[in-house]
Ligand binder design. Structure first.
Ligand SMILES: [Zn+2]
Ligand SMILES: [Zn+2]
Length: 452
């Protein structure tokens, strides 16, 4: 059996990995690089001959894992795609949205490769999507089986166990071991794995020692309350899928516990609405911590009908705006809304997750009151005069939690992926220092690693 990293660099980019049993080729994830454009944004698909792949597995719907699945499927016409039912629903919506984004980039930036696939093509490719639930062992070929395990990262996310030739390889995808409001924490195999392929996102970013999730939620609630009491409003920049729904679920809980005024209006917009409807479709499934909660209905959120043109989101005082994108990228709802929001000292800007340091969100996360901020290089700067606080509700486990898992599992080999080099290196050093039975490898792109 051979393992090969098909991501172009050791980083969180276009995730893609190959497992070759000798007679059966499986590709794990096929992402789109979040910061590159055109051909540079694709994984090293050129390592895969046309029609040579037998099966493709998708761990979850985030675009750094999903974004080039349609491109891969076009070049691998007999491969089926295996994924959980919620991942299928979310990936369908995100990939169709991605076609629209690529179309506008083609027009605005002249990227002629875009769109990499079209709406109709996407629908046709879905005939080869095969749903698989957690904890169900599926035979793909003689002596090749796969099983999905809940990864706790976003709705539908899984880690996958590949069993072939008496070898057991477990690929974690992105992991969160701690329960979130909507999603239960990861439930991974704890023994019998020879090769582990594990994410290392937070390897270079230790969390403060006194952090607890309940305290962080309390502080977030207090921050909202204090802005409302001043007569201001709250803007929470969030990713449309996952973080939006998690923030909504928290706000709902604060309200039902009497910590926030019941009548405080909550606004979401654009793609977030579509994504939230999908979360509610899966509200009755086993994947959520609170099985009876339906976000749109139970929170009384008003959503615009598809036929009517969506109204722009208008500021009002003493309200909560959970708007995408999380990094406040130019031309997104949160970026445009911020223009008339961050200059009001009564308001509060509350971050709940990661933002690239160079993105408008990343700049605002570090900004001081009184700074002038470039939200969009094509528009005037804006005075930053509101309160700002940063919270940690990451969908990724801390490095210590993931290391603990590696220690418990004690695989022969641990491939360290989905992290910048310094992040993967932290895991490598720690394994070398303390786990003599495990060999850590930061897999060089395009290189064959035989598995024993
Ligand atoms: Zn992810
Ligand atoms: Zn990821």
């Amino acid at each position: 059996m051979i393992f090969k990293n098909l991501s172009r660099l050791n980083e969180i980019g276009a995730n893609c990995y190959l497992v070759d049993t000798g007679t059966f080729k499986i590709v794990l994830d096929s992402g789109l690089h979040p910061k590159q454009e055109g051909a540079e944004a694709l994984p090293a698909h050129d390592e895969l001959e046309y029609d040579s792949v037998d099966a493709i597995i998708l761990t979850h719907s985030h675009l750094d894992h999903t974004g080039t699945i349609p491109v891969l499927m076009k070049n691998q016409p007999r491969a089926k795609l295996y994924l959980t039912p919620p991942t299928a629903a979310l990936a369908d919506a995100l990939l169709h949205n991605s076609v629209n984004v690529m179309q506008s980039k083609r027009e605005e930036l002249g990227i002629l490769e875009y769109p990499l696939y079209g709406h109709r093509e996407l629908d046709t490719l879905q005939e080869r999507w095969e749903h698989l639930d957690y904890n169900c062992r599926l035979k793909l070929a003689d002596d090749v089986h796969i099983t999905f395990y809940n990864a706790g990262h976003v709705l539908g996310s899984c880690g996958v166990l590949v069993e072939a030739n008496d070898h057991r390889l477990f690929y974690t995808g992105d992991i969160q071991f701690t329960d979130q409001c909507l999603i239960k924490g990861a439930e991974f195999p704890t023994q019998g794995v020879d090769t582990l392929v594990v994410e290392t996102t937070r390897g270079a970013a230790p969390r403060r020692a006194d952090y607890t999730r309940p305290q962080e939620e309390e502080a977030f609630c207090e921050a909202i309350k204090s802005a409302l009491q001043k007569g201001g409003s709250v803007l929470v920049p969030v990713f449309a899928m996952g973080k939006t729904q998690e923030v909504l679920a928290m706000i709902h809980r604060f309200k039902s516990e009497g910590k926030l005024p019941e009548k405080t209006p909550v606004f979401i917009g654009g793609l977030s609405t579509k994504m939230t409807l999908i979360f509610d479709d899966f509200g009755d499934t086993m994947y959520r911590s609170d099985e009876d909660f339906h976000i749109i209905e139970d929170m009384g959120l008003k959503i615009s009908s598809k036929k009517k043109k969506r109204k722009p989101i208008v500021y009002q005082k003493q309200a909560i705006f959970a708007l995408s994108s999380g990094m406040m990228t130019e031309k997104t709802v949160s970026n445009q809304f911020a223009r008339t929001f961050i200059n009001n000292p009564k308001n509060s800007l509350l971050f709940v997750g990661y933002a690239d340091p160079l993105s408008p969100g990343g700049i605002l996360k570090e900004a001081e009151q009184g700074d002038r901020i470039t939200l969009d290089p094509n528009e005037n700067d804006v005075l930053f005069d509101c309160t700002r606080e940063n919270f940690d509700f990451s969908g990724h486990s801390t490095r210590d939690e993931i290391f603990e898992y590696i220690e418990k599992l004690s695989p022969k080999t641990a491939f360290l992926v989905h992290g910048d080099l310094d992040a993967s290196q932290w895991f490598s050093d720690k394994i070398k220092d303390t786990l003599p039975a495990t060999t850590p490898i930061i897999p060089a792109p395009r290189k064959d690693y035989p598995l024993q």
